[in-house]
Design a protein around this ligand. Structure first.
Ligand SMILES: *[C@@H]1O[C@H](CO)[C@@H](O)[C@H](O)[C@H]1NC(C)=O
Ligand SMILES: *[C@@H]1O[C@H](CO)[C@@H](O)[C@H](O)[C@H]1NC(C)=O
Ligand SMILES: *[C@@H]1O[C@H](CO)[C@@H](O)[C@H](O)[C@H]1NC(C)=O
Length: 948
């Protein structure tokens, strides 16, 4: 029937794959939810983008326009009548306009506002400053400072700086150019570009600086600027003040600065000049200027400085000093370079993408982790291993499976985003995106495998993983991003942070977003392969880090999984196995002594079993199903407790076709024994051979011929009974019709066939149904050895009877080791029994032998009214003086009568006699049961144990 050869790698892989696919089908809802998350997010971003686009379409964000007639609303204005351009725009709009011919603006000096202009104060030792009373009328003169090595030289140069009357040259339509010979200035704040000079579009006055402001010709006037505003132009008095040294100037400027003096007063100077060693042949000047203005907002930090005019001012004065007033350098205008139209677009997906998409992709991590930890928590991994699933197929299929699901997920995500036209996807090279996402999901799966080794509880793992996901996104978006953007932050630290995979993911997404934003505003492409070599592009480093980490984590996960999870079989240095020396009998001296003492106490049947094992071991081929050779398990004592001897030198042989029952009180070592036999723990010393294979070294081979029905059902809640059997059947190399037949038979045998039970999910099974399924799993695929740990616990009597007949039928061609607490079951099923107490066998034999050996008594029960109790006792005393009262409760008494002392007929006679004297309401005589034997053996062994 069944193929006895062990299942090949591919068969195992296929079995696991089919199981996983079924599992996945069950989880359709979860999967849909999983895929919906990125889809919904993409749609959300799309809608947001749409909203922003319609907003940005409004005239506010476009080059300014007016209608030709100047009255019609711009929205109703026909296109032919529209006049657009920088002259109709505000600052923001101007930045959008195409400007083929930028406007020429007169160069200006940066001036302090009237209330800030320098005046005489207590904290400065200079008396040439204007009197503070001027502040009340906003009429303070503007102060300029100068110094130099030659006072008279500096004085004569500086007095040529300002005129005493306003001069307006006739430049035709260009009124502003005509003003250029005057020294103009403004207190308005400069902008980043000079397409529009803010001084001419604000309502602050333009000043012309002069040495004299009296007279009607200096009373100021208005003129229309190119932006259509009416500008007021006013005279302001300029004062050149001599200072003895540049140190004096520094200190004066410093103290004039806000918070530079003790009184908190602002005392601002226009600018200051140091003539150094200049003279008639040499011209060396230092100029102080104030670049602090307009630094209050992030966006205008790099505003243009109004410095050039002060350079021209001083140079022009020097020229006039040398060549006379007829010679002039006129600084006529400043002008921005022309530019094409700018389209202002806000790319939402690239701006919020890095944060949201980090979440989307990280979301897979808890899913994978949960699935791995679930199999570990439910011990399903071990269960699969015990039924022959190798580590390699498990790893390959699990890994491949997660990889495929992750790839599908990512594909859905990218395709969906691209279809909606989200720039972060469409702008960047798809091959870079593919490589990036692919490496990351591989890393993520390896990480999940690694992290799974640290968790044994699904709930903890899930909660931790989700906290990790959200935390990583937030930290990435609000902390890590800040570090990346801050150029002064050491790059080494950033690389270090990127070692955390979540940040590496964030950085990669950030770079993609950055490229798509730039592409959008500059009209260039997004990230292409050649961009990877740019030093500012973190993508290359991220790819390298993730790839290296993936390899490392994969190995680490595999290694830890081998050492910890299945623990047991391989020492922590299993990779270096070749270098280790084996010394199996270390530290066992004390234990040997104990066992010697014990062996003196050993019963003849146990000794006989030992001799049989020794004999069988001498045979060249071991074809006994199970042969235990001095098997021992010691758990080292912790915290000062003595070592615990769970199994002390067990000899046992179980031939094929035998069902060996293992009885014993709780904690006797039965489970330790079974765990060693099924490969969960390693024996401390000694060994066992299963079908001739050594459990210490050949467990892999043993697994393929072994079936286990564990004490606690190890099942997947959302697979059906049939799917379980199909899976384990495939692992046992059954296929095609043989497999279907075996599953069918097994379902029928265990009463799981009717009423659609077989196709219900196991989560809906009753305890008894699960139990029967576990037994069916242990028997599928015709294993040669089956371990059943209390198979019938929790079953109703009918199911139990049915189970028994299955086990009876099954034992014909295989060896079964069965543990149970039900003596009835042991008697019904087992050919031989062993009672196991305190880690060693107390007796071995079939039920009859044991009863004969340990149960040499009858038990007589007599019930009378309580006043006749004494009479009953006397009667028993007459039967045999060796009788022993074992139970007494309100008229009911139980006596043990040695078999050699009484005959059954004597007992009947005595009771008949007694009945005539007083009322005997009930009586009975029974042979010893197995239960009595069990209790007796256990009690004796424990009594010995406390003595020793
Ligand atoms: C200072 O400059 C004046 C010209 O303004 C010149 O006549 C005089 O010699 C200079 N003094 C020195 C010490 O160089
Ligand atoms: C500058 O120097 C002149 C002459 O050397 C001196 O009289 C004056 O007090 C000095 N001014 C200051 C503020 O030190
Ligand atoms: C420089 O400009 C800032 C900003 O307008 C101002 O607060 C400060 O007082 C100025 N400093 C001087 C020395 O004028």
């Amino acid at each position: 029937m069944a193929n006895s050869a062990s299942a090949s790698f591919f068969t195992q892989a296929k079995a696991l794959l089919l199981k996983n696919i079924t599992f996945q089908k069950r989880n359709v809802k979860t999967n849909v939810r999983l895929i919906l998350f990125p889809a919904v997010l993409c749609v959300l971003l799309f809608v947001l983008q749409l909203l922003f686009d319609t907003q940005l379409d409004k005239s506010k964000f476009k080059c300014g326009c007016v209608c030709a007639d100047n009255r019609t609303q711009i929205s109703q204005c026909p296109n032919s009548e529209k006049r657009c351009g920088v002259q109709y725009s505000d600052f923001f709009q101007a930045a959008m306009c195409p400007i083929p011919n930028p406007v020429e603006w007169p160069p200006l000096l940066q001036l302090p506002a009237p209330p800030n202009r320098a005046v005489r104060t207590g904290f400065l030792p200079f008396f040439d400053l204007p009197d503070a009373s001027c502040r009340r009328t906003d009429s303070c003169p503007l102060s300029l400072l100068f110094t130099g090595e030659n006072h008279s030289f500096a004085l004569s140069v500086s007095e040529k700086m300002f005129r005493s009357t306003l001069s307006i040259s006739d430049f035709g339509s260009n009124f502003l150019a005509g003003l250029a010979v005057n020294v103009l200035g403004s207190e308005s704040k400069p902008e980043r570009n000079n397409f529009i000079e803010p001084a001419f579009s604000s309502n602050l006055p333009i000043y012309y600086l002069q040495t004299n402001c009296t007279g009607t010709e200096n009373s100021g006037f208005s003129f229309p600027s190119p932006t259509g505003e009416n500008n007021e132009i006013k005279c302001a008095l300029a004062k050149n003040l001599w200072r003895n040294s540049s140190t004096d100037i520094n200190s004066e400027l410093y103290k004039g600065y806000q918070r530079g003096n003790s009184e908190g007063q602002i005392n601002e100077i226009v600018s200051a000049f140091d003539f150094l060693n200049s003279n008639g042949n040499r011209y060396n000047v230092g100029i102080w200027y104030n670049s602090t203005y307009h630094q209050d907002t992030e966006y205008t930090a790099n505003a243009l400085l109004r410095v050039p005019r002060s350079v021209n001012l001083i140079s022009n004065s020097y020229l006039q000093f040398l060549l006379g007033p007829g010679t002039k350098i006129i600084f006529e205008f400043v002008k921005e370079m022309p530019k094409p139209e700018t389209i202002f677009r806000l790319d939402i997906s690239s701006i919020v993408g890095p944060l949201f998409f980090t979440w989307v992709i990280l979301q897979l991590f808890p899913v994978i982790l949960t699935s791995l930890v679930y199999e570990k928590q439910q011990k399903l991994r071990i269960m699969m291993k015990m039924h022959g699933l190798g580590d390699r197929p498990y790893w390959m299929i699990s890994y491949g499976y997660f990889l495929v699901t992750s790839v599908i997920y990512m594909l859905c995500f990218v395709i969906f985003g691209s279809l909606l036209g989200l720039k972060i996807f469409t702008a960047n090279d798809y091959s870079i995106q593919f490589v990036f996402y692919f490496i990351y999901i591989n890393l993520q799966i390896a990480l999940a495998f690694l992290v799974a080794t640290m968790f044994s509880n699904v709930k903890t793992a899930t909660v931790t993983a989700y906290i990790g996901v959200f935390g990583t996104g937030l930290l990435g978006g609000f902390l890590f991003k800040f570090f990346v953007q801050n150029i002064s932050f050491p790059r080494g630290w950033i690389i270090l942070m990127e070692l955390y995979p979540g940040f590496a993911l964030y950085r990669g997404l950030y770079e993609l977003a950055q490229f798509s934003i730039q592409g959008n505003t500059r009209g260039t492409d997004g990230m292409k392969w050649h961009n990877l070599s740019e030093s500012t592009n973190g993508m290359k480093a991220v790819l390298i880090i993730m790839f290296a980490e993936w390899i490392v984590m994969l190995f680490a996960a595999f290694y830890i999984d081998q050492v910890l999870t299945l623990g047991s079989r391989k020492g922590p240095l299993f990779l270096l196995k070749g270098f280790q020396k084996k010394s199996p009998f270390q530290k066992l001296d004390t234990q040997m002594q104990v066992s010697k003492e014990l062996s003196q106490m050993e019963k003849p049947d146990v000794i006989q079993e030992k001799e049989k094992v020794e004999e069988l071991l001498l045979e060249p081929t071991i074809n006994h199903a199970i042969l235990c050779d001095d098997l021992r398990k010691v758990y080292p004592g912790r915290d000062g407790n003595p070592d615990k001897f769970a199994v002390r030198g067990l000899f046992l042989s179980v031939p094929p076709g035998e069902c060996f029952g293992m009885l014993g009180p709780n904690g006797a070592g039965k489970t330790s024994f079974i765990n060693m036999m099924i490969g969960l723990t390693k024996p401390t010393s000694g060994t066992a051979f299963v079908q001739g294979l050594d459990i210490r070294t050949q467990m892999g081979g043993i697994y393929t011929t072994m079936g286990v029905c564990p004490q606690h059902d190890l099942l997947w809640d959302n697979l059906t009974g049939r799917e379980h059997l199909l899976f384990y059947g495939r692992l046992k190399n059954l296929r095609g019709s043989v497999l279907t037949q075996a599953v069918e038979d097994s379902l029928k045998d265990l009463n799981l066939f009717h009423g659609g039970v077989a196709d219900k999910q196991v989560g809906k099974y009753s305890g008894g149904m699960k139990r029967r399924l576990s037994v069916a799993i242990s028997l599928i695929g015709d294993p040669k050895i089956v371990y059943m740990d209390e198979p019938s616990s929790g079953l109703d009597p009918a199911s139990r009877k049915r189970l028994w007949s299955v086990v009876k039928h099954a034992k014909q061609n295989r060896a079964i080791i069965l543990t149970t607490h039900s003596m009835e079951e042991a008697e019904a099923l087992c050919d031989r029994l062993g009672i196991f107490v305190n880690g060693s066998l107390q007796c071995v034999g079939n039920a009859k032998e044991l009863k004969a050996r340990y149960g040499g008594t009858y038990v007589l029960t007599v019930t009378t009214s309580s006043e006749h109790e004494k009479d009953v006792e006397n009667m028993v005393q007459k039967l045999t003086p060796n009788a022993n009262k074992i139970y007494h409760l309100s008229g009911t008494q139980k006596f043990e009568l040695p078999k050699e002392d009484v005959r059954i007929s004597d007992v009947f006679q005595a009771v008949d006699v007694a009945k005539r004297k007083f009322t005997v309401s009930a009586w009975g005589l029974v042979d010893t049961t197995l239960e009595d034997v069990f209790i007796k053996v256990a009690r004796e062994a424990q009594a010995f144990d406390t003595l020793s």
